[in-house]
Design a protein around this ligand. Structure first.
Ligand code: CU
Length: 122
């Protein structure tokens, strides 16, 4: 009945391997700064079919939290020139915060320049 005795040892080894993998993934996420958790007051943007939804945003100027959900398979980014650029891999959610002075802006995807939107910060 060796398999009975080997059972728990094997389970512990597998558990340790799984925990080590989980710790590694957590460390990578921390190093790369990925944050896909929405914070209260975040502006939400969805990217779908190579377009931003909504195509226009209004928000108070100042510190802005933006959470972008890329529903496409392709990599996109959310860029406001000289202010922010956020890569959003396919099917992923990414969050970024930045300071936005009052004004009218265009946001766009630098990988697909026909993807644009208008943002008014007051
Ligand atoms: Cu794009």
């Amino acid at each position: 009945m060796n398999w009975v005795e080997a059972g728990p040892g094997r389970l512990i080894a597998v558990t340790i391997a799984v925990l080590a993998a989980a710790v590694s993934i957590g460390a990578i996420a921390a190093l790369t700064g990925h944050d896909d958790t929405a914070h209260p007051g975040d502006i939400a943007v969805t990217i779908r079919d190579f377009a931003f939804h909504p195509p226009a945003l209004e928000m108070p100027a100042g510190e802005v939290g933006l959470i972008a959900h890329n529903a496409d398979a392709a990599l996109h980014d959310f860029t406001i020139d000289d202010i922010v650029s956020l890569d959003v891999p396919g099917t992923r959610i990414r969050r970024v915060s930045f300071t936005l002075p009052p004004g009218a802006y265009t946001y766009w995807c630098t990988l697909h320049p026909t993807m644009t939107g208008r943002l008014d910060a007051t």
